[in-house]
Design a protein around this ligand. Structure first.
Ligand code: ARG
Length: 421
């Protein structure tokens, strides 16, 4: 039989380390590891050395930071996509890109299969496999965690020790942590009890609001076509804007989320997030949209934001629906240009000012001073017609006691009279 060649999505953590060895042992496979740099700080150092030590034949570490920001994070930011109204989806947005990188390596290396280290009860397995199905429908996908013999982390650690795989760093943390430039997700350990407040050591990149500075920090963000282009007056690439905002907002205790969320697989899970940059950018972007989007577009877009978030969360990034929604959203962003000033203070982000060349805020219409140009008289006829359907309903059903309608009307009257005025 031809030797199997498998590309593994590799983080260097416990599970993916075991996978590299396990695939060699189980299938006699030649293993190639693929690690994507999505701006995670801690995780990347020492990854190639560790992969080779674990037995990888070839090691890929790819800088995906700009592609992640421009092609995945910014579309979600423009969409206003927050899963269940809160979670900015650092993990959910990263997976389709990692799947894409994995597929590219698998093709280049003529692999017979790819493998990922996601568990059988999470969202990430869906995101990986759905993305691979879209990009390489013929490629076999292995999910060792769903089939292997290990029942606990301890067993995996013992396996590593038997095979000389370095695990010291992963052994210590009681949490499962996933991290990239858009945010950190922290679960497991004591966090599994939703009644337990996250202990201080659960947080990785934000200070507690209590320990944040006594003075607020002001930040300005400039947007062009719905994406941030400058921070505090400095033009920067998207990645560095997020990176710097993570530091500034994190130092003010901004961006902590403690959520019970609905996984695609039906489980409710408790997850703690830190997404300082994402929280500030979503907030600022929304404030700018308040100023620049036409009313009906704004209302319609807000509904789409929910669908967009659910679609991304559910691993359907590479769908024609997402592409179609992006086309709509990009169209709305043509006028989302301008400057937003926010105030960061002890865990809060507040609006401190906004301005835009496309601002629809018309002082002459809004003012209550003499400058007012609004046609007050026009309101009278407008309200008459606007309220006509309601007026007609009440006239016919409550006041128009026409013979045979009496019975129906009595019932209706009872119901309607319960309404408090
Ligand atoms: N619940 C988040 C999601 O599905 C994050 C999953 C990964 N979390 C982790 N702590 N390893 O997008």
């Amino acid at each position: 039989m031809k030797k199997q060649k498998i590309a593994v999505a590799y983080s260097g953590g416990l599970d993916t380390s075991v996978i590299v060895k396990w695939l060699q042992e189980k299938y006699g496979a030649e293993v190639i590891t693929v690690t994507g740099d999505l701006g995670q700080k801690k995780e990347l150092s020492g990854v190639p050395e560790k992969a080779y030590k674990t037995g990888a034949k070839k090691v890929y570490v790819q800088d995906l930071r700009d592609e992640f920001v421009e092609g995945y994070i910014f579309p979600a930011l423009k969409a206003g996509a927050l899963y269940e109204h809160s979670y900015p989806m650092a993990t959910s947005l990263g997976r389709p890109l990692l799947a894409k990188a994995l597929v590219q390596v698998a093709r280049r290396e003529r692999c017979t299969a790819v493998a990922h280290g996601c568990t059988g009860k999470g969202n990430d397995q869906v995101r990986f496999e759905a993305s691979i199905a879209a990009l390489a429908p013929d490629l076999k996908v292995l999910a060792p965690l769903r089939i292997w013999e290990f029942k606990s982390r301890e067993e995996e650690i013992a396996y590593c020790e038997r095979h000389g795989i370095p695990v010291s760093a992963t052994k210590k943390s009681p949490y499962s942590i996933d991290e990239n430039v858009w945010g950190t997700a922290i679960e497991c350990g004591v966090l599994e009890d939703p009644m337990v407040e996250p202990p201080a050591d659960a947080y990785q990149r934000t200070v507690s609001p209590q320990e944040a500075p006594e003075k607020p920090t002001y930040v300005t963000i400039e947007f062009k076509y719905g994406v941030p282009v400058a921070l505090n007056g400095k033009r920067m690439k998207g990645f560095y804007i997020i990176d710097e905002l993570n530091e500034i907002a994190g130092a003010n205790g901004v961006g902590r989320l403690d959520l019970v969320e609905n996984r695609l697989v039906g489980i409710k899970s408790r997850e703690v997030y830190e997404a300082p940059g994402a929280v500030v950018l979503h907030f600022a972007h929304q404030e700018l949209e308040r100023l620049t989007l036409e009313k009906e577009v704004a209302h319609y877009k807000a509904k789409m934001a929910q669908d967009y978030a659910t679609l991304v969360y559910n691993g359907l990034w590479f769908t024609p629906l997402r592409a179609a929604m992006d086309a709509f959203i990009n169209d709305t962003q043509q006028t989302v240009n301008g400057l937003v000033k926010v105030k960061l203070y002890k865990g809060n982000v507040e609006i401190a000012g906004r301005t835009s060349p496309n601002s629809l805020y018309d002082t002459k219409l809004a003012t209550y001073t003499q400058e007012d140009t609004f046609d007050h008289k026009a309101s009278e006829g407008y309200i008459k017609i606007f309220s006509l359907p309601m007026k007609t309903f009440y006239q016919i059903n409550l006041n128009g006691f026409a013979g045979r309608k009496r019975k129906i009307n009595r019932k209706l009257k009872k119901r309607v009279s319960k309404v408090k005025y």
